[in-house]
Design a protein around this ligand. Structure first.
Ligand code: AMP
Ligand code: MG
Length: 427
């Protein structure tokens, strides 16, 4: 009899497409203070009720002039008024100029600003100035509405907010913003070997015990993506307890995220438990690190008052810390952004790769697409972390990026490779 054929691993881009196809964006919204809206996703278009800036204003400290008065350098103009920012001057009379400061509205009649450095005071007082240049009409004037025009959609629904966008919302006068509700995520770690830092000091750790590191980065990564996390702690490697944890978590969460226990050993209970309580649509991806990755759905229980129309998503991450970290960034992150209705397609796939020269050799090709932990060096190339094992979290701390290396590809020193920035994935 032939040995049973192993099912082929799913290519990573197919896995990502499958995850995104399963998403129905959350419809619940909430109003939050603009101050608290960083990394949240807009639920409505932001339409400007005003021009930004509201008036033509000076972009320099200097003098507002009529260019018709200055046909040659050296013209002397009396200073007829003084306009600081936040004040509105009166119409500029021909043959005069106005002292003006950055951000102050340009007075009616003036059509250019001469910067202070291009003038000299006449007789040491501020009653008149020599203008040493011939100004071009419009120079150093910021036009009303040049940033935003009244009625324009400034930020669209589905925009993920960042500090610049918050400033923009504030410039429109918005103190609160309607954003998509936070995804509710239940997080648990599996593994009888896991101990929480703080529970047992290093010198008292039993042989075989390790600290739970995944829980720490996963919780924070979820929070950075705007999720409300229910951290259910460590679930022991037992079928009954795994089933119970999945069952209760499904009722009131949008996603259950687990780490570990999703491989092929008898102690890996996650896969059969999800199959028993729902369905498993994806298991094992052709990527390194990160092969033992699973996606499925867990039914909700009407008796518990849960919304049974939509099942709870399930994502099982590998136990090895680097695998967990990398698959979260490359697969879970786009999934969670899509769940919040993010519209920018660039955020729903891998970051835009940058082609950079490898300053290392990778003589052995792997059957799987690899994501190598690398770091940009001072001479414009990439260094490789020497130990690429999926258990070595140091590689992810040291690295500032991942090289996306296609299956079956070796790398020689000097080859151009595709670099994905970790900073972008962690934003
Ligand atoms: P598993 O997928 O459960 O077989 O775990 C694979 C490897 O990852 C094992 O060496 C585990 O000890 C390790 N591991 C699993 N979960 C965690 C965790 N939360 N923190 C650190 N290491 C883990
Ligand atoms: Mg385990």
């Amino acid at each position: 009899m032939n040995a049973p054929r192993r099912a082929p691993l799913m290519p990573m881009e197919e896995a990502l497409a499958l995850l995104l196809a399963r998403v129905q964006p959350l419809t619940a919204t909430e109003s939050v203070a603009t101050f608290d809206a960083d990394r949240r996703v807009l639920a409505t278009d932001l339409v400007s009720a005003l021009h930004v800036p509201p008036n033509d204003n000076s972009s320099m400290d200097g003098y507002a002039v009529r260019t018709a008065d200055i046909t040659a350098p050296g013209v002397v103009l009396p200073v007829s008024q003084r306009i600081p920012a936040g004040h509105f001057g009166h119409a500029l009379q021909p043959g005069t100029c106005a002292r003006i400061f950055t951000g102050a509205p340009v007075p009616e009649g003036a059509d250019a600003i001469v910067m202070q450095e291009d003038t000299r005071e006449v007789g040491g007082n501020l009653h008149a100035v020599h203008v040493d240049v011939v100004p071009a009409p419009g120079q150093w004037i910021r036009r009303a509405g040049e940033d935003v025009t009244r009625g324009a959609v400034v930020l669209p629904r589905g925009q993920r907010l960042n500090p610049a966008a918050l400033g923009m919302a504030a410039s429109l006068g918005l103190a609160r913003l309607d954003v998509v509700a936070r995804p509710r995520v239940a997080l648990f770690s599996t593994g009888d070997e896991l101990v929480m830092p703080g529970d047992v000091p290093p010198q008292d750790m039993k042989p075989g015990a390790i600290y739970n590191s995944n829980r720490f980065f996963l919780r924070v990564l979820l929070q950075r993506l705007g999720c409300e996390v229910s951290d259910l702690g460590i679930v022991p490697d037992r079928r009954d307890l795994t089933l119970a944890a999945l069952r209760t978590a499904a009722d009131h969460h949008d996603l259950i995220l687990t780490s570990g226990g999703v491989s092929v050993g008898e102690e890996d209970h996650i896969k059969p438990a999800v199959q028993q309580l729902g369905s498993l649509d994806l298991w094992q991806i052709a990527m390194k690190p990160g092969k033992p990755f699973a996606y499925g759905q867990v039914r909700r229980d009407a008796g518990a008052g849960a919304d049974v129309a939509t099942p709870c998503h399930f994502i099982g991450l590998p136990g090895n810390p680097v695998s967990s970290f990398v698959t979260f960034l490359l697969l879970v992150r786009p999934f969670l952004l899509a769940l919040q209705g993010v519209s920018d397609a660039r955020l729903l796939g891998l970051p835009q790769p940058v082609q950079l020269p490898a300053h290392f050799d990778l003589p052995r090709a792997d059957k799987r697409r690899e994501f190598l932990r690398v770091r940009r060096n001072a001479v414009g190339g990439l260094d490789l972390f020497p130990n690429q094992s999926s258990g070595v979290l140091t590689s992810a701390v040291w690295g500032d990026g991942l090289v996306d290396n296609p299956a079956g590809t070796t790398i020689a020193h000097g080859d151009a490779v595709s670099y994905l920035s970790l900073a972008e994935l962690l934003a």
